[in-house]
Design a protein. Structure first.
Length: 62
């Protein structure tokens, strides 16, 4: 019986992993380019509103 070629199998797994990572990276870039403009602005707006509300709530209680 032939010996298993573990180096070949490992190389194939590594290549498959790199391909998956590259596809994932390209998908992220595509989604960032398509919808990236609206999402960060909405997140920044929520972050700015929350501290103002907290500051307003603490002033009357003090």
């Amino acid at each position: 019986m032939a010996k298993p070629n573990y180096q070949f199998e490992k190389r194939q797994r590594d290549l498959a992993k790199k391909n998956r990572q590259e596809e994932k990276r390209l998908q992220k870039l595509a989604s960032k380019a398509a919808g990236g403009d609206g999402s960060p602005d909405a997140g920044a707006g929520d972050g700015q509103d929350a501290p103002a509300e907290v500051a307003g709530a603490t002033d009357p209680g003090t």
